[in-house]
Design a binder for this molecule. Structure first.
Ligand code: GDP
Ligand code: CA
Length: 316
């Protein structure tokens, strides 16, 4: 069985860990969001790719859901002593080694897809992890902070401002000129089906779908998604602030309607949202309700098994 997923960070990674338990023999390809990438101290940081890599590699900080377990912050506190910022984006010592190694390989001329493959040789995530593109794409947020309208990097809005300043919209800068990384379109076309884990529909999955060619390739497949919204709120994080900015209500049916029946064939909602099955604008999307809290690996595995089951049913 060949399964391809589009994934952001924490929600994607937790689902993937469940998928590995539910379908250990499946050949899984993950197309990761790089719109959240940021350059700090000259280093190329890929938060979403690293969250997937560390989680599947057994190295993630379980409390945070991102970053390395057993992390220390010696380098960042030394930088702070020089007044060298930013101080709002946490960079642990172990994590910094990843960014240094990545940046060195990029400087030597390797594309991000090849660099990611090299980093994964250490972590053996058990999936093929591909960045959505080798080109630079940076998600910017349009904010109105009293001093007028301006755009800031996604991480500044998300991490420094905690998404508290209302966003007017998102700009995946560079996306329109970007091309899918080598292997991305083949992994979609060659998959038995595509799964959308409960990742942020706007700044994770939405940005991947903004790379020319990816949405069309995905729409041509049988696609089953998992709602990141339960009972009218995102389970973790501030995805509701992203949905509000694009005029989508934070509810499971509205998120599926946003993806639309042209893209989605099946949609898993939490039992609290079972009513979504009757939403008029979800005609053409097969909705199933089950508990969607990924409290532990077995819970995530049950969700992954249901997604696979629905995809197989839709394939007939
Ligand atoms: P990020 O890049 O780290 O923000 O991670 P993603 O984009 O992959 O996922 C963020 C989304 O995961 C948020 O919108 C959450 O609502 C969703 N999420 C996190 N934990 C759970 C969970 O246990 N169940 C469900 N259904 N969604 C979750
Ligand atoms: Ca992210």
């Amino acid at each position: 069985m060949r399964i391809t997923l589009l994934a952001g960070g924490v929600g994607g990674a937790r689902f993937l860990r469940g998928l590995a338990a539910a379908a250990p023999d499946a050949q899984v390809t993950v197309i990761g969001n790089t719109g959240d990438d940021i350059t700090l101290f000259g280093l190329h940081v890929c938060p979403d790719l690293d969250t997937v890599m560390y989680t599947l590699g057994g190295a993630v900080s379980e409390e945070q859901g991102w970053g390395r377990a057993g992390e220390t912050y010696t380098v960042q506190s030394e930088l702070a002593a020089y007044g060298a910022g930013p101080d709002w984006f946490r960079l642990g010592d172990r994590d910094l080694a990843t960014h240094i190694a990545r940046t060195a390989m990029l400087r030597a001329g390797l594309p991000l897809s090849a660099v990611t493959r090299r980093l994964c040789e250490r972590w053996q995530p058990g999936v093929t992890l591909l960045p959505m593109t080798d080109d630079d794409v940076r998600t910017h947020v349009i904010v109105d902070d009293g001093e007028g309208t301006r755009t800031i990097h996604f991480q500044e809005w998300w991490v420094r401002l905690h998404a508290k300043v209302p966003a007017r919209g998102f700009l995946p800068v560079g996306a329109e000129r970007a091309t899918p990384a080598p292997g991305v379109l083949d992994a979609i076309a060659g998959a038995d089906f595509v799964l959308l884990p409960p990742s942020n529909p706007v700044v994770s999955i939405g940005v991947i779908l903004a790379i020319p060619g990816i949405a069309e390739a995905v729409a041509a497949k049988t696609v089953v998604g998992v709602s990141p919204v339960i009972g009218g709120a995102p389970v973790r994080g501030m995805a509701d602030a992203c949905l509000a900015a694009i005029g989508v209500k934070p509810d499971a049916a509205a998120v599926a309607a946003h993806y639309g029946p042209g893209l989605l064939d099946g949609w898993l909602v939490d039992t609290a949202d079972a009513g979504a099955a009757f939403a008029a604008d979800l005609a053409g999307i097969e909705v199933r309700a089950l508990p969607l809290y990924m409290t532990d690996v077995p819970a995530a595995a049950a969700i992954a098994a249901a997604a696979i089951g629905l995809a197989r049913e839709l394939l007939g």
